[in-house]
Design a protein around this ligand. Structure first.
Ligand SMILES: *[C@@H]1O[C@H](CO)[C@@H](O)[C@H](O)[C@H]1NC(C)=O
Ligand SMILES: *[C@@H]1O[C@H](CO)[C@@H](O)[C@H](O)[C@H]1NC(C)=O
Ligand SMILES: *[C@@H]1O[C@H](CO)[C@@H](O)[C@H](O)[C@H]1NC(C)=O
Length: 444
């Protein structure tokens, strides 16, 4: 899948592009959709990544009125922010919040508004945020960047979730209605490789995910002298840095992707769909303005990469690490810290047990039930069942947005659906076990 290098190895390793491609002059405009699908101080990094990406596109000439931004917007002015009004995506970086025009904030960041933006459904978003939706045509490129939590065939939203089925539906609609010439999608999330499984290569969509279908993506700059939560995510800061240091009018998408595959060490960056897009310049998706950049300094690139790796944390462990850090700051004793951490871990275990009980009730055969609990599915075919089940689980049992650990259990429902096909017996279990309303509403 990965094409071999276009470039001499030394440049390749440092992520410096040499001249290989030319920008497409027939391309009328570039549209972009940027979304951070979380909220909460501990999720600082998703909005930070997105704000940084906004400035990157703007600097490269994508027009502000063709960028549609989703950010819950509870970080810059969070009471916990020691730098009021500012957001940083790198320990030595500048504020990335100033100047970001947010179209959808707060409760308007949800699956419905996001899908309406993609589908150019202005009626659907009337009265929500700025109400802006994609206005792209068959002559324009669309760049989508999404940073958030995820699991098997699911992405997070500050409220609710985005399912693979719904995203597939929106992308299919966009193709049918000629809402783009080509579309490049960068996705940062745990198990994000699951979201584009089966994406056909004849839809003019090329999707890059931070991780395989069965692994976490990683947060980074988690230890930082600013004393802030993790500032960014590994895949995200790597692609953004790649665009910042290269002449993207000359660097191909394929080169950028290969570079990010190499620089992202904690997870396996994956590629799906139409790989002819690899031959095009990054500029055709991220902005075609001439930007004068200093000749990249190899030492600073090496230092950046080292810092990204040294401070990386498995995304799913971030809440635990932050809780521990907060306790240390309060001078909690080692035993107090151990107790609190044990509490966290046992709440996670309770959620896993809760799901396990449902699985065993639906599938009496123990060995099969065990496989359903443990296996990360490479491919799921019962998409409708899974879609119905995760939405019901979110609504009635354990809201994913309150409880990022629950994303890790989306795979269990995917496996369960592969076995039973029909969601009814699973939904029946929810009706019994969640009759008193959602449980597990602490951040785990
Ligand atoms: C930040 O800047 C300081 C001082 O210039 C330098 O020592 C440090 O390595 C830099 N950190 C990162 C992550 O670039
Ligand atoms: C657009 O939004 C409206 C109002 O929410 C909805 O009824 C309609 O189905 C949506 N159209 C598409 C194509 O999603
Ligand atoms: C994830 O999937 C890949 C490819 O199928 C496999 O090689 C790898 O061992 C899996 N990783 C885990 C942790 O199961």
């Amino acid at each position: 899948m990965k094409s071999t290098a276009f470039l001499p190895l030394a440049l390749f390793v440092l992520g410096l592009a040499s001249s290989t491609v030319t920008a497409n002059d027939d391309l009328e405009n570039i549209w972009a959709v940027l979304i951070a699908g979380s909220n909460g101080w501990y999720n600082y990094r998703h909005q930070s990544d997105v704000a940084h990406a906004y400035h990157l596109l703007l600097k490269h000439g994508v027009q502000a009125d063709r960028i549609i931004t989703f950010m819950y917007d509870d970080i810059a002015n969070n009471p916990q922010n020691p730098y009021p009004g500012k957001i940083f995506n790198h320990p030595n970086g500048s504020d990335v919040y100033a100047g970001v025009k947010i179209d959808y904030r707060g409760e308007n960041v949800n699956s419905e508004t996001f899908l309406n933006v993609l589908k150019a459904n202005a009626t659907g978003n009337a009265g929500k945020g700025t109400g802006r939706v994609l206005g792209s045509t068959r002559k324009e490129h669309v760049f989508v960047y999404y940073s958030d939590h995820g699991g098997t065939d699911i992405l997070g939203m500050p409220e609710g979730l985005l399912s693979k089925k719904d995203l597939d539906g929106a992308l299919a609609y966009m193709y049918e209605k000629d809402l783009y010439d080509k579309l490049l999608f960068y996705l940062e999330a745990c198990e994000s490789g699951s979201m584009f499984d089966g994406l056909r290569n004849d839809k003019r969509i090329y999707a890059i995910t931070a991780a395989l279908y069965n692994e976490s993506s990683w947060a980074t700059f988690c230890e930082n002298p600013l004393d802030l939560p993790c500032l960014g995510d590994e895949f995200s800061v790597n692609w953004i840095q790649d665009s910042e240091i290269n002449d993207i009018l000359k660097e191909s998408v394929g080169h950028q992707v290969d570079d990010v595959v190499t620089s992202t060490k904690k997870s396996h960056v994956c590629q799906f769909g139409d790989n002819t897009i690899r031959e095009e310049p990054v500029a055709d998706y991220q902005g075609k303005a001439e930007v004068t950049k200093p000749t990249p300094d190899a030492n600073s690139i090496v230092a950046f990469r080292a810092e990204v790796l040294d401070t990386a944390v498995d995304s799913r462990q971030v809440p635990l690490i932050m809780a521990e850090r907060a306790l240390r700051k309060l001078n909690a004793s080692p035993s107090q810290i151990a107790t609190r951490m044990h509490n966290y871990v046992s709440k996670r275990a309770d959620l896993t047990d809760f799901v396990s009980d449902i699985v065993h009730a639906v599938i009496p055969r123990r060995p099969l039930a065990r496989t359903v609990m443990l296996k990360k599915p490479a491919r799921i075919t019962a998409l409708d069942c899974h879609d119905a089940v995760i939405k019901a689980f979110d609504r009635d049992c354990a809201p994913f947005d309150r409880n990022p650990y629950a994303f890790a259990l989306s795979s269990v429902f995917a496996n369960l659906c592969e076995v039973v096909r029909d969601p009814t017996p699973i939904l029946d279990q929810f009706a019994v076990k969640c009759v008193a309303g959602p449980k597990f509403t602490d951040v785990l």
